[in-house]
Design a protein around this ligand. Sequence first.
Ligand code: ADP
Ligand code: MG
Length: 579
Amino acid sequence: MPENGTFDELGLPPALQAAIADLGFTTPSAIQAQAIPALLGGRDIVGVAQTGTGKTAAFGLPLLAAIDYDIPAVQAIVLTPTRELAMQVADAIQSFATHLPGLNVLAVYGGSPFLPQQRALARGAQVVVGTPGRVLDHLERRTLKLDQVRFLVLDEADEMLRMGFAEDVDKVLSAAPRERQVALFSATMPPQIRRVAEQHLNRPVEITVSRQASTVTSVRQTYAVVPHRHKTGALARVLAVSEADAAIVFVRTRGAAEEVGSALIERGISAAYISGDVAQTEREKIVDRLRTGALDVLVATDVAARGLDVDRIGLVVNFDVPREPEIYVHRIGRTGRAGREGEALSFVTPAEQSRLRQIERTTRQSLLQVDIPSPAEVSAHRVQALLARTGARAELDRLDLYREAIAVHMAQNPDVDPFELLAVLTALSVGDEGPVAVQGDDLDDALSRAHLTGGGRERDGERSYDRPERGERRRADTHIAGGSPRWRVAVGHRDGLQPGALVGALTGEGGLTGKDVGKIDIFGSFALVDIPDGLSADVIDRLARTRVAGRPLRIRLDSGPRPGHGASRPTHGPARGRS
Ligand code: ADP
Ligand code: MG
């Protein structure tokens, strides 16, 4: 990592140093350490740097140092490719100017009325940040004059050219006085940008920084302590409540990409996975689906996601902590793009927590610990999503079937409170089967344990059902008399469970024979199965670990009422099968 020194060494005036301190910047980024002294020394610069390297302060601070605050005339112009960037950069420069009374920064951009901008310009601003088209507009209407301008910045020059602003940029530069400084920033250096630099810049100092040594702060960085074997379950919950349009999940190996990707797909999440050995054309197709919204979650290895640039990605999940901090920085750079906010969440096992410190040192930011959403939070989120769809569904009508069913139900159960009934229906619609289903959820158990033990080791031998369900195990050990015992598994229709898969697991991993397995009823989030002879503790142990349709079976004696009446009819109908 390059040593960038401190801000005091860069030669900035005290008022700007004070503002930097207010903002909490302690050490300059690489581009700042190199650009600020060059610009303060009166040189033009060409800076090649990616997003998130701290360019705004690299030009914003020297730009403010060059301004005479007593003169109300425009003295600095910053051109940016988009309206959002113009506003962002203007805000940032204003925040550097908090100790410079009388300094005004104004953003001007297309797509918004001309007149208020014209009035603001007339009131006087020393710094104007704008999109090239609108700045040129103001120039041509003479609402903006460049005769006092001594500092020009082209921010994200390659992006401006890509957006067709080449001619406008050229005109603005040509209209500015010869005696001026120019700073040009670009993520790439195509010949077109070289030409702009040759034509308009005066023997510029060239500065190139790599993204690796940079700060990425449009990304909220968080971590959660999750034991390894619970990561997939935790991931599914995180994705279930995420507000992000799309997410990318980073894994280390091709095998992990496939495993995690398939588990998400099995849970009905719009996901795909890619690794380095996926052909380029296939990879592009998948990335395109992610871009257009046909796909929401991409599970990828580092190699496969190299250079991936999709604005929709609002969340990056590090399924495991990368070995190198540089890989981490590269991964989280997939979000927070195009000026958007992003979040990066890293799963760390209790034993891995020390790796976080290394990452914090590299990114110069601390990671915030967050909790994995609880089942209640996931349900609450699903309820909101469900309610949001009710209006549109109501408009489509064809609800008579349901109106009648409810009318009959209410007539038969006159004591039922309609609100209560609505609450029950809502709970069932989001797959919440009540406390019975939640009890003994070993993900939550493990999460609270990981939390309590802090940096402690993951206790792999311990299974959470040892505790809440010990009583049931004993009951199972001692044969059950009377009636046919029904067993409940925590996998259901929602997970795409087929009866054959369940029978397969019971006979395969459980060592039962086909004769031992009776009737199977599959419901939304669970299934019930008759096993007339019961199960030994040993078999329960093995089956608890068995995964079907991507989820652990968590088999246990059913304590709930037997379904088969009224509302609780199985979604798949009673079925039997063999795989
Ligand atoms: P770029 O224009 O290169 O994409 P920005 O100038 O927008 O990067 O900076 C990215 C983020 O980093 C901003 O939130 C900014 O406040 C923060 N930042 C910039 N320089 C520093 C620094 N020296 N120390 C801490 N944070 C910084
Ligand atoms: Mg920028």
